[in-house]
Ligand binder design. Sequence first.
Ligand code: WTA
Length: 687
Amino acid sequence: MSSTEDMISAMHDGLAEVSKEAGTKIPVPEAYLKATKHHLKDVQEYLDLYKKSLESPDTFWTEMSKEMLSWHQLWTGKTFEHNFDVRKGKVYSEWFKGGKLNACYNALDRHVENGHGSQIAFYCEGNDLSDDHRTVTYAEMLDQVKRLASALKKRGVRKGDVVAIYLPNIPELPISMLACARIGAIHNVVFGGFSAEALAGRILDAQCRVIITCDGVMRGNKVIELKALADAAEELVYERGDGHLVDRQIVFKRLGEDKCPVGMKPKRDEWWHEVLARADPECPVEWMDAEDPLFVLYTSGSTGKPKGLVHTTAGYILYAAVTHKYAFNYHENDVFFCTADCGWITGHSYVVYGPLLNRATSVIFEGVPTYPDASRLWQICEKYKVNQMYTAPTLIRSLMRAGDKYVSKVPRDSLRVLGTVGEPINPEAWNWFFNVGGDKRCPVVDTWWQTETGGHMIIPPPVKDFQMKPGAASFPFFGIEPVVLNEKGEELSKPCEGFLCIKRSWPGIHRTVLNDHERMEQVYFSTFKGYYMSGDGCRVDEDGYYWLTGRVDDVINVSGHRIGTAEVESSLVSHPYVAEAAVVPMPHDIKGQGIYAYVTLRDGFEPSEELRKELRQTVRVEIGAIATPDVIHWAPALPKTRSGKIMRRILRKIAEKGTQVSSEELGDISTLAEPQVVAQLIELYGK
Ligand code: WTA
């Protein structure tokens, strides 16, 4: 865990960034207000609804849940109950408990029953421009889901079992998720960019017996052999898990034998198309309790291994649907495009659940946004006449760097709302997105939220009379009561800066960490008693706008993806030459943050370029390419306090400023056991 001192120092770094350009206000564009319908008349209506959501949460969420969802049976008890205070007992949240419904039914069946079966659910854009570009209708989705669901059942999957899904961003991924949801199985989607090792850890922790994967996938020009990685993961699982066996694997054929030959293990491995062709086309839905788990999704935190966050059925889907509708001003017949992979929470909530629940037509994109060149995303927008595009600041920065010509050559008349997520968006990127990407016609909706929160928490509402501030996530969403605390846990009033916490439960909050409820209480509810601690720092300005300033804990946000420093450290230390490692964030022009690793070698081993390569490869294999360190800094020793705690504050500063770091920036180093280490580290910077 980070010390308070580390947390405060991280927060100040972020604040310095945010304060640079905090003055500008830009009204939500007139052209946008005219171009589309609006759920909300103006900012006043947004604020009124927000007020209602806090003052009468029961009524507000009951109404929302009836309007947005189809219930098999309504709940009879309280709409919600929660405890956020560890001193009063177990931390929990329960929404609509006792109510019965099914997430898949809400996402598909009811739309088909209402005569919308022929509506396109997904435009599927492949990696290659010449690829087959499929469309999948709601009726086709439902047919595939039912077949897969009955096949899973036949293979022994029961309500409450966890099924691992390791697929690229193709419609078979949402189909697999919904097939699980249909029969009450819990999906555990593992991002296709994670390594066999990372997959194995997630399979074992959740005790999955069944995996859904595919032969391979193209990323740009490269073939990624997913099936081979899944096979390797299963070997690891068998070795480590006391003989825990993945005994069923369903393999979708994405590339075919020519591009990606695979071996099929008899009895275990089956082809998706054969399984579905033989499967019972009917499969009744399992009516679930509102609080039954819908999925587990692993995410990195400050300490130890990734945690399996558990989201439950009604609260999560309601929150995904409501946020999708209001944050993007989504209307019937709009075409929505979220560029995220379903392997992340953004894909769960805004490729799969939010859009399907609202019966949206959306784009699911398998490829790389800059392949074959930097105009790809805009071309997709034009090709499918996308109305709302939702992406990440890191991508915006790389497109910005590529140059305006990639944007201006493509007409983008259909665009109305631009969204971003994943990290604070710097005003420069915001302005480019707004001015160039959206031709000053589209509001930029900078959504702050987390895997833990299920859906958007703080957004700039795209409504009449709202003044956007580039770089500010702005206002809390309905039902969200954020507070800013100082290090003593005292609530501050605006203007202020401190730790962003949430004071009461909302429908989309995760309910627990799989198999480890205590860890959930420890990580989110123990630092500040009575509050959910987000792990982010923030500033609230005079107008009440929230400005996020980045993580205050040991989580690095690389291209909008969370990497736990502890994970990278333990992977580096697993190399036989390494005695110790400390990993900190460093500023990175495109990725937002990069990974900076200090490595101390065991006696008798010397630093070399070759070893650097080897260490990077170790991390790649153990976690995945996204966690590869950008810099490996050879450290004769690490700066530690007399009690042996690494002073990360110092390491962060050296990573950021290098030899230019001033003693003022380093702060007090007299408490170090060996203060001379600091000078040695600075000396070795860049070597
Ligand atoms: C960061 C992604 C500033 C933040 C949905 C958070 C942001 C972490 C924003 C969650 C934003 C996400 N402005 N920071 N608009 N959106 N973050 O779990 O540090 O992958 O805690 O969820 O990303 O990352 P996660």
